[in-house]
Design a protein around this ligand. Structure first.
Ligand SMILES: Nc1nc2c(ncn2[C@@H]2O[C@H](COP(=O)(O)OP(=O)(O)OP(=O)(O)O)[C@@H](O)[C@H]2O)c(=O)[nH]1
Ligand SMILES: [Mg+2]
Length: 329
């Protein structure tokens, strides 16, 4: 769904849209058999042009902004977080209302102009239409501004598919997450913006010859205990939950990352609490420097030790994920 967000056009403000419509109308001039006929045809042409431009523009917004219904999903959750779903739906509803209103007012004005034989009534009907259409747009001006800002935010949301088995990598900074994500990924991982982390999340792919999987590195997200986060950060982290099928939690037993084992274990427990029900694979990094007797899988991105075993463990866990219909990524 997120890939479609590229199609959302710039949203004009009420004034910009009125300027555009009236500007186009001012160029309409249609000949006729006499002055009254000319006035009538030109007025019909102007009203039609204004109605068309406004209605088409508003309908395009209604059609291209994504329909966001399901709340229990990654993308809706993120949209809710960064723009607010209630206001989003309300504003799109207001735009739809204005489009319908435009059509009604246009028909009404055209009917009056067609019937009239008095140039003063024709001018009056046209001007009345101008006034009423301006008032309709003014009524939705806040909604248009909201949608313009929503568009900018929605377009920055990461494109990750909720329909592909996904591994999320967690652990303190410097434990070796990025290096193992690169090792496990088939191609250079891409960086996608994500709310509340300046570094963005990193999306790589793996495959087992049959299926593709996503691997997501989360710098700045799952590297502090959830309990220390403010509510909105926590929500951003938990939005990840909707696409997390398996977590790889990396522990650096050498502590060269700058965090004690005790702190790392506390973070692990916090992630376990926050992601209840998600399988968590715990692995120790930098085995070229230190092997512990924890019995955990111990790997090194430096020497490649156990990287294949880790890959197999991860792929086996991802294979067990059944998502029904999957998406190509
Ligand atoms: N000796 C050794 N060093 C490693 C290994 N893996 C990573 N490192 C080093 O550890 C440091 C941190 O590695 P990264 O992969 O950037 O760690 P990260 O967890 O992604 O760090 P953030 O992005 O800050 O959260 C770098 O200097 C790496 O070269 C390893 O297997 N062995
Ligand atoms: Mg990193």
């Amino acid at each position: 769904m997120a890939s479609e967000t590229a199609k959302i056009p710039t949203v004009l403000s009420a004034d910009e849209l009125l300027d555009k419509a009236f500007g186009r109308a001012s160029k309409v001039s249609i000949g006729g058999s006499d002055a009254l006929d000319r006035l009538k045809k030109t007025s019909l042409g102007k009203v039609t042009a204004i109605g068309d431009i406004i209605k088409d523009t508003l309908d395009k917004y209604v059609d291209t902004f994504p329909r966001i219904e399901k709340e229990e999903d990654f993308f809706p959750e993120l949209v809710n977080l960064v723009v607010g779903l209630d206001q989003y739906k309300k504003s799109l509803g207001a735009v739809k209302w204005a489009s319908n209103r435009t059509e009604i007012l246009r028909k009404e004005a055209l009917r009056k102009i067609r019937r009239s034989k008095d140039p003063r009534f024709i001018d009056m009907a046209r001007n009345e239409f101008y006034g009423r259409i301006s008032s309709v747009l003014r009524q939705i001006s806040k909604d248009l501004l909201f949608l313009q800002s929503a568009r900018d935010k929605i377009r920055k949301l990461p494109y990750v598919s909720a329909k592909v088995p996904t591994l999320v990598v967690a652990g303190f900074p410097n434990v070796g997450k990025s290096r193992i994500v690169t090792e496990l990924s088939t191609a250079e991982p891409e960086i996608a913006p994500y709310p509340f982390t300046t570094k963005g999340i990193v999306i790589g792919h793996m495959d087992d010859g049959w299926r593709r999987f996503q691997v997501i590195d989360t710098p700045g997200l799952l590297d502090r205990e959830l309990e220390e986060r403010n509510a909105i950060e926590r929500q951003a982290i938990l939005a990840l939950k909707y696409l997390t099928h398996v977590i790889l939690f990396v522990i650096d037993p050498t502590e060269t990352c700058g965090y004690t084992l005790e702190k790392q274990t506390a973070l692990l427990e916090s992630v376990q609490r926050g992601f209840g029900g998600v399988e968590i694979i715990i692995a120790e990094s930098k085995s070229d420097m230190l092997h512990t007797d924890s019995g955990r899988l111990s790997f090194s991105s430096e020497t490649g030790e156990n990287v294949d075993t880790l890959r197999k463990t991860v792929v086996d866990a991802l294979r067990r994920i059944d998502l029904g219909e999957e998406e190509d990524v």
